[in-house]
Design a protein around this ligand. Sequence first.
Ligand SMILES: Nc1ncnc2c1ncn2[C@@H]1O[C@H](COP(=O)(O)OP(=O)(O)O)[C@@H](O)[C@H]1O
Ligand SMILES: [Mg+2]
Length: 303
Amino acid sequence: MADPAISTENLVKTYGRTRGLAGLDLRVEPGEVYGFLGPNGAGKTTTIRLLLDLIRPTGGRIQVLGLDPRRDGVALRRRLGYLAGDFVIDGRQTARELLTYLGNLRGGVSRTRVEELAARLDLDLGRRIKGLSKGNRQKVGIVQAFMHDPELLVLDEPTSGLDPFLQQEFLAMVREARAAGRTVFMSSHVMSEVQQTADRVGIIRDGRLVTVARVDELREQAVRRIEIHFEDPVTEAEFTALPGVSEVAVVGTTLRCRLDGRADALVKAAAGHTVVGLLSEEPDLEELFFGYYSREEVTGAAA
Ligand SMILES: Nc1ncnc2c1ncn2[C@@H]1O[C@H](COP(=O)(O)OP(=O)(O)O)[C@@H](O)[C@H]1O
Ligand SMILES: [Mg+2]
């Protein structure tokens, strides 16, 4: 198997008496989009800053692209795209001037690539940075992370400050990076945006990884509301006993129910009739996400 894109072993970081990370074991595979989820104060930024060697660990091991961030920082920086959670820029220069400067430092950045990314994010490169809104500064941060087409993108809360339309555009850029074989590690405290793009999510809480799951598996476990429209009337009795199906209500030719997990049994039962239409809401994985949290609390209390 290929080297992981990121791996940490028993990573510990304390800030004086405050605990930042309490033994984090992380493994991000090459080519995947990994969503690093957790509430404020969980340790996401601490982890990311350790990966970039911006701060030093109290204990444990870190490898990024097979290298040691502490020894091989210079080599790594060329291969990484990084967006800080508190990305701050200021100054009289224009966004174009700043990005050209950063691009020249890094090398391998084409002007057209910068123009393309800026156009997608609706960022006016000709404006002075000091006059840009918070959202527009965040766009400059995103462009500088993506512009050299790095092997690994490490993004700390990248969508904060972006309006919903641009969040979608950003998520499309993440999917394209994956399609081009890149690895993306992005943190967030909102499940809904991560579930649209991530292959896996790791949930961090109090400096520890609480769980790691594949998003498609989470989706399979999730509860959703289903509505099926048939050509002819159906009966509730045909559907009530199916695995995962509950709260069945039939009104004429319309069936509404709750589906927990796989849709197979319900779909096969429905297929015994002529199905005119089917609506399935996209499950919100937030509920499952908080489910993991409370389960952890129960075990924590018992220990
Ligand atoms: N420079 C620092 N000095 C002291 N404590 C810090 C510092 N940075 C982070 N912490 C603490 O470490 C914990 C994790 O913070 P952080 O990594 O910023 O979380 P997140 O990014 O998930 O919101 C929090 O309790 C935070 O208060
Ligand atoms: Mg943070």
